[in-house]
Design a protein around this ligand. Structure first.
Ligand SMILES: [Zn+2]
Length: 654
């Protein structure tokens, strides 16, 4: 999901998802105050040892070796009751080494049954800036759960109506042995809420997410039995899907998967068929007011069919923004992390009345955000459409190919998605204006992450169940801002080329599987040939802090102190009177580093001149001028200009 969006028309900064509101104006100022460093003049001193051979990398991801959780779904939509009458054949293949005497089902929609559910109490009925309407709740009721072959009823006799996870014991003789499959015949009714928290109805607009009973994941010796929490997303196995979606014939539909024909029924409905391989979920949307535009695009050596579903009221002139951002994302991400493995991607732009449905990823389908019109086309300078589109498409890699547990280790998918977004944006725009580019008003997406991190998540561990963070803000700042900066810091610290190759190895090793943070660490260590516990233990698993400062500087001597408790290898750039520069690599293990300049000609000292150490909270004291020079004046002028710019921006975004 995506979290921070500028609302141009309303002229305020708001959260679409968990996270910052009060930081809106502050981040602009902090951005300016924390980003000034001296550009590098000399070669980078890389602290990592030489690379070892990379893990073998396959060029084509292909499909999952094994279909673990497969679904043949039938959904009949009733536009009067806003209910789905669903039936399914669900197949679970036990690829674990354990015999399973029970299975667990996720019943997500029950989170919206009333204002008293655990989910609602955790969220106070508010999510991504939209509020739950208790008069338009959501729920899911199981009508039938049978073993397909014998017809034996395994539906538990008593089910808590607010349960979002359900234990389904199997008859003793039907425990699922390793290598065996279980086939279930299931029927259910889903009530979609007024659009809220990714799913629901607004008028005759329908976005159906988390709408059917889903198998939980059995991984590393246990079922994921965690109820659904407000600050948590999902976790699922891969499988093959078909969907037969029955809606009034006037509706335009879209869904995870490839279209497989339609049948017009005598009752005025149409059945739309879709199928998909190697996906972990299926979502669908239907609305009479969609217009649909398809376009094949080339991405990392493959052709992907893009299908844009946008409100008829949205200007066709905006379509190009979605197509360009999507093509760039698929191409760049495919080049770096392995090609997009499916033949099609559906881009859904919900109408503004269904805002809560936007900014979400499903396999082969992303929900985006409608551009806010502004005079003179100014909305194009606010890259909300591009950021959301790239972020959601980045999720097609994590968690939708590499299926991490989004509840327990959300940084693995959200941190990656924002890191990948920063990388793609940097290919498209100057880095100082990847988010906002309105003449003198400029803001980079990296600056936004830095500001959120500084304000909210310094010292916050990344590996922590989402529901255990103190607040939505702490959760969001940690997993998105600190998470993305963690990936970027690793990249800049070990070197871009080496890091990207190691990430590619991680994808090739873990695609269609469920890695943890420890698995990521091992992949990166193997791929970079560097031991990374010094980074992961304190900064990812722990609450360590990175902080350096230049504590003294004279023409003859400079002293750099490590204030943070994490010894972080860092480069130090020295500039001499004659303009000559020199780089020193410091491993940071001692409390301080003293640099002597016997000729008394030191002019400037700069710690971390390449901004590799993005988890350092205070960068203001990383550089110091020894002697007056024109440089500081220029720097001050630039800083003042930045402050004016930030003040203006604060006025705009409030
Ligand atoms: Zn996301």
């Amino acid at each position: 999901m995506i979290r921070l969006i500028l609302a141009w028309v309303s002229g305020r900064c708001r959260r679409r998802d968990e996270g910052v509101t009060r930081a809106a104006a502050l981040f602009c100022l902090l951005l300016v105050l924390t980003s000034a460093t001296v550009p590098a003049a000399a070669q980078v001193t890389a602290p990592a040892p030489p690379a070892s051979p990379l893990p073998s990398a396959s060029s084509t991801p292909g499909r999952a070796d094994v279909d673990i959780a497969s679904y043949d779904l039938n959904a009949h939509w009733d536009p009067v009751t806003n209910q789905i009458a669903g039936t399914a054949k669900i197949t679970y293949r036990n690829e674990t080494g354990d015999t399973l005497p029970e299975i667990w089902l996720k019943l997500y929609l029950n989170a919206f049954r009333d204002a008293q559910t655990q989910w609602m109490r955790e969220s106070a009925g508010s999510h991504r800036g939209t509020s739950f309407d208790p008069d338009r709740p959501g729920w899911i009721t199981l009508d039938r759960v049978r073993l397909e072959d014998t017809g034996e009823d395994v539906l538990p006799a008593s089910i808590d109506p607010a349960a979002t996870v359900l234990r389904v014991p199997l008859p003793a003789a039907r425990a699922v042995a390793p290598g065996q499959s279980l086939r279930l015949d299931v029927a259910w009714t889903s009530q979609l809420p007024r659009v809220f928290a990714r799913t629901g109805v607004a008028g005759d607009f329908v976005m159906a997410g988390q709408w059917y009973p889903k198998l939980a994941v059995y991984d590393r010796g246990a079922w994921d039995t965690e109820p659904w929490h407000a600050a948590s997303e999902f976790f699922a196995d891969f499988g093959a899907y078909t969907l037969a979606l029955n809606v009034p014939s006037s509706y335009v539909t879209g869904a995870t998967g490839t279209r497989d024909g339609t049948v017009n029924n005598p009752d005025g409905t149409t059945t739309h068929r879709f199928w998909a391989d190697s996906v972990s979920d299926v979502a669908w949307t239907a609305w009479p007011e969609y217009r649909m535009v398809s376009r094949p695009v080339h991405a990392a050596g493959h052709t992907v069919e893009l299908e844009l579903l946008a409100p008829r009221s949205m200007s066709t002139g905006q379509d190009e923004r979605f197509f360009v951002a999507a093509q760039r994302a698929l191409d760049q991400l495919g080049t770096w992390f392995g090609p997009y493995p499916w033949p099609k991607l559906t881009l859904v732009v919900p109408p503004s009345v269904a805002d809560g449905a936007g900014g979400m990823e499903y396999p082969m389908l992303v929900t985006l955000t409608e551009p806010n019109p502004a005079p003179f086309g100014l909305e194009r300078g606010v890259r909300e459409v591009e950021v959301v589109t790239i972020h959601e498409i980045a999720h097609q890699w994590v968690p939708l190919q590499v299926a991490t547990n989004e509840g327990r280790e959300a940084w693995l998918d959200e941190g990656f998605a924002d890191y990948a977004t920063m990388r793609v944006l940097a290919q498209m725009y100057p880095t100082d204006r990847t988010f906002l580019d309105l003449g003198p008003l400029r803001l980079g997406y990296e600056g936004i992450q830095r500001s959120q991190y500084i304000l909210e998540s310094v010292g916050e561990p990344l590996v922590k169940p989402s529901w255990e963070y103190d607040s939505f803000l702490a959760y969001a700042s940690a997993v998105y801002a600190k998470g993305s900066l963690t990936f970027l810091s690793l990249e800049r610290t070990v070197g871009e080329e080496r890091f990207l190759a190691a990430m590619r190895g991680y994808f090739d090793q873990w695609r269609w599987r469920h890695p943890t943070t420890a698995d990521l660490q091992r992949s990166l260590e193997a791929g970079t040939g560097s031991e990374l516990a010094w980074f992961f233990q304190p900064l990812v698993f722990g609450t360590g802090t990175v902080e350096y400062r230049v504590s003294a500087a004279t023409p003859r001597r400079a002293t750099i102190e490590r204030i943070g408790n994490v010894p972080y290898p860092v480069a130090v750039a020295l500039t001499y009177d004659d303009g000559r520069t020199e780089r020193i690599a410091w491993d940071g293990t001692g409390p301080m580093l003293t640099i002597d300049a016997p000729d008394g000609n030191l002019r400037r000292v700069q710690v971390d001149p390449d901004d590799a150490m993005l988890l350092e909270a205070n960068m203001l004291d990383d550089g110091r001028e020894v002697q007056p020079s024109p440089v500081p004046l220029l720097a001050v002028a630039a800083r003042l200009l930045g402050l004016v710019q930030a003040a203006l921006l604060a006025g705009v975004v409030g």
